[in-house]
Design a protein around this ligand. Structure first.
Ligand SMILES: *Cc1c(COP(=O)(O)O)cnc(C)c1O
Length: 350
């Protein structure tokens, strides 16, 4: 049987997304979703959509949506690619920019999808271990065909500073995709580097800051030639009609996104203070989640105790670099108060 399946596919393991349990009353802090409602314009556009439009194929190149994105970032439509989630954008980058004997680079730890996408395309992986404090560490003679640079990084929540990123992308001989899934929660970003350097793409998603993980829309901005290569190889209709309509109005309403981000950043501060007070090691988050090491117990034990109390966070087990930490999404203020109460209670009983 197995000889029907490509060897590289047999050898790889698939990506395991965070659980999406359907139980009532669960505090869900495990997949970095946004707990607030998206723009009210999303509800309006949904009520206005004519179902007759669904019998036609959608715009294959998403022109209206790309215009809105180009306007937002001060670039041309030719500088914008939109995909079925930024996960599709990442996969297309490997297919467009990495030869069969080429290689894909990324930091370790970072987004765990990168090695899997590389395995799917059966290309070499060149991970670089971050420093002891999950800080920037780049060997002098490093090279790869494509580098995925998550900034702010996941699951560590930390931002790499421009002093590291800018000289790196300028000296790098391949394409750098800066994955800015969390940039809206940070105090700076690298979007300008995509417009100033021919080998740099910056990817964003509507899944986190815009509260729209369910519609699957991600995009990247950069040099028109790189963007054109991605358009050549994508599926003909990679972004469906409903998603194009919803994403466009959400992008146009920056105020709602900013207000939700502000609420999350405020809550983040309070949770950081409280966890630090309880003796947790808390990384300096520039995202909508925290990366923490609990005191006096293991991350695994705390993960399990929280689960018993109907609070679900993310534990990355096994891997030596991540096994002592938990990743905690910032939910609403009431959700986080409940989380802190339970943590405090567990710490007292420990
Ligand atoms: C969530 C996330 C993505 C995925 O975004 P989608 O648009 O939902 O596919 C990409 N990169 C990183 C680092 C993420 O955390």
């Amino acid at each position: 049987m197995s000889d029907l399946i490509r060897k590289s596919v047999q050898a790889m393991s698939g990506y395991v997304p965070g659980e999406q349990p359907k139980e009532e009353g669960l505090v869900k802090l495990n997949t970095n979703e946004n707990p607030y409602l998206p723009s009210p314009d999303v509800q309006d556009i949904l009520s206005m959509i004519d179902v007759a439009a669904l019998s036609r194929y959608p715009d294959p190149v998403c022109l209206e949506l790309r215009k809105a994105i180009a306007e937002l970032h001060g670039c041309e439509v030719e500088n914008v690619f939109v995909g079925n989630g930024s996960d599709e954008v990442l996969a297309l980058c490997i297919r467009a920019f990495v030869e069969r004997d080429g290689s894909v680079g990324y930091f370790d730890p970072s987004y765990s999808l990168y090695p899997i996408l590389s395995d799917i395309e059966d290309v070499e992986k060149r991970p670089i271990a971050l420093g002891a404090a999950f800080d920037w560490q780049m060997p002098e003679d490093y090279s790869a065909s494509l580098f995925f640079l998550t900034n702010p990084n996941a699951p560590t929540s930390l931002k790499f500073s421009r002093e590291n990123v800018e000289p790196f992308v300028q000296a790098f001989n391949g394409v750098v995709l800066i994955d800015e899934a969390y940039a809206d929660f940070a105090d700076e970003n690298c979007m300008d580097l995509a417009l100033a350097n021919n080998n740099v793409l910056v990817a964003r998603t509507l899944s986190k800051a815009y509260s729209l993980a369910g519609i699957r829309l991600g995009y990247c901005v950069g040099n028109a030639e790189l963007i054109g290569a991605m358009y050549k190889i994508k599926d003909s209709y990679n972004v469906n009609y409903l998603t194009q309509e919803i994403a466009r109005v959400a992008i146009l309403d920056q105020d709602t996104m900013r207000a939700n981000v502000h609420a999350i950043v405020e809550t983040r501060k309070r949770v950081v203070d409280k966890l630090s007070e309880l003796g947790f090691e808390v990384c300096d988050s520039q995202s909508n989640f925290l990366w923490v090491k609990p005191p006096g117990t293991t991350a695994k034990a705390l993960f399990e105790e929280l689960r018993k109390k109907n609070i679900i966070v993310r534990y990355f087990g096994t891997d030596e670099r991540t096994k002592d930490y938990l990743r905690i999404t910032i939910g609403t203020a009431p959700e986080m108060f409940k989380f802190l109460d339970v943590v405090e209670e567990l710490m007292r009983d420990a």
